[in-house]
Write a protein that binds this ligand. Structure first.
Ligand code: NDP
Ligand code: MG
Length: 373
């Protein structure tokens, strides 16, 4: 799911290298790339969220045996495809929530890149996963690193998780210096080539805030057990500290194909596409505290994590709307953090126990941002 995106394309590379059968693909509207993927991977099903684009794809691939479906129903059909063992959720945004819940209910293991889903609907997703006893395997590099470091140690020995952050393109900058930055500058990530939304999230440090909440759900840790450190080199993908103060880290070159592959082969490890890390050539590894006064999105996320309930869904929804506005040059860069924080303050405290409540908080936060932009 999200096969035409940055993670989606790399997942298909890994699947091809490992000789895995791809039985369903899903995307929003990029039918040009979907057509190529259908021809290369011959899936049984292709889900295209946008109805017009779905019609277009149907015509383009009329000579194949791939069935084309559309809308949220189509996404859920792809996420629960009969012969699939595992679904890779790499769509962007909280549109991935319903298909993830559907996949878990259908007994599919889930490799999750789509962090917004866990941020907004963590309680529901974790319940669904537990209920059906399916695996939820992180693809996000930090969470994959933590997941890898936790193998073989009882969970009760975990003292804290330490998420590393590259700091993005604006590390060390003051609010004054950030006043006039453009979408082009914000999209220039120093170490990773990613989709637009996650690239902006990296520039605002929203990404690390979302990841703190994602870690909270995946590893069952409260805010006090999540530390965030800026690590400019992006070689230590994250760390865990145990009760005895031992710290374990996972290192590797910055290449998402490694965590993607691990999610597909877990608990096994096999040779893959990513390169060896030459420790003698990579220079010193540095770590520093993040600046939450400049990067308000991170501050908003940590507050939302502390509050719990619908607060995470609100900051996530507000951010999706604010990033959309920034990319369309409707608001300046710093306004993203201000709007996310204001939307959080406007969100009343309430539990996130139903899908309707989560979707409502998400919609309210988006509306708040569009209204106050
Ligand atoms: P991209 O923007 O590159 O790709 C997004 C994908 O989602 C595209 O295939 C897009 O389809 C699809 N999509 C968007 N909306 C819908 C929808 N309504 N229905 C179906 N498909 C949809 O994003 P990334 O690959 O960079 O990121 C995907 C997720 O992974 C995000 O949650 C991100 O935070 C996370 N992530 C990404 C990393 C990276 O290195 N890129 C690293 C760690 C996590 P279309 O092309 O048709 O628009
Ligand atoms: Mg990450």
């Amino acid at each position: 799911m999200g096969s035409t995106g940055s993670i989606g394309r790399q997942t298909l590379e890994v699947a091809q290298a490992l000789g895995l059968r791809v039985c369903a693909l899903a995307a929003h509207s990029n039918v040009k790339d979907l057509e190529q993927q259908v021809r290369a991977f011959r899936p049984n099903l292709a889900a295209v969220y946008d109805a017009q684009a779905a019609r277009d794809l149907r015509v383009r691939i009329a000579d194949t045996n791939t069935k084309v479906v559309t809308g949220m129903e189509g996404l859920c059909e792809a996420a629960t495809y009969r012969t699939a063992d595992l679904i890779v959720n790499a769509v962007v945004g909280m549109v991935g929530l319903k298909p993830t819940l559907a996949a878990a209910a259908a007994g599919k293991d889930i490799a999750l890149a789509n962090k917004e889903t866990l941020v907004a609907g963590g309680a529901l997703v974790m319940d669904a996963v537990r209920l059906r006893g399916v695996e939820l395997i992180p693809v996000d590099s930090e969470h994959s690193a933590i997941f890898q470091c936790l193998q073989g140690t009882p969970r009760k020995a975990l003292k804290k998780v330490i998420l590393t952050a590259s700091g993005g393109p604006f590390f060390g900058k003051s609010r004054a210096e950030l006043q006039t930055v453009t979408p082009e500058q914000a999209l220039q990530h120093p170490n990773w080539h990613m989709g637009k939304k996650v690239s902006i999230d990296s520039a605002t440090l929203m990404n690390k805030g979302l990841e703190a909440m994602e870690a909270g759900w995946l590893f069952n840790v409260p805010l006090e057990q999540v530390e965030i450190l800026i690590h400019r080199e992006s070689l230590v993908h994250s760390l865990v500290e145990f009760a005895d103060n031992a710290i374990l880290a996972q290192l590797g070159v910055a290449d998402m194909r490694l965590p993607i592959q691990y999610a597909l082969t877990y608990p096994d490890r096999v040779p893959g596409l990513s390169q060896e890390l030459d420790l003698t050539a990579c220079g010193p590894l540095t770590f520093a505290k993040p600046d939450v006064k400049t990067f308000l999105c991170l501050w908003a996320c940590l507050s939302a994590m502390q509050r719990g309930g619908l607060a995470p869904a609100a900051v996530n929804g507000a951010n999706e709307a604010a990033v959309d506005l920034f990319l369309r040059r409707k608001i300046p860069f710093l306004r993203i953090g201000e709007l996310v924080l204001a939307a959080l303050e406007a969100q009343p405290d309430a539990p996130a126990t139903t899908l309707d409540a989560i979707l409502e908080a998400d919609a309210a936060a988006r509306a708040f941002v569009y209204r106050n932009a």
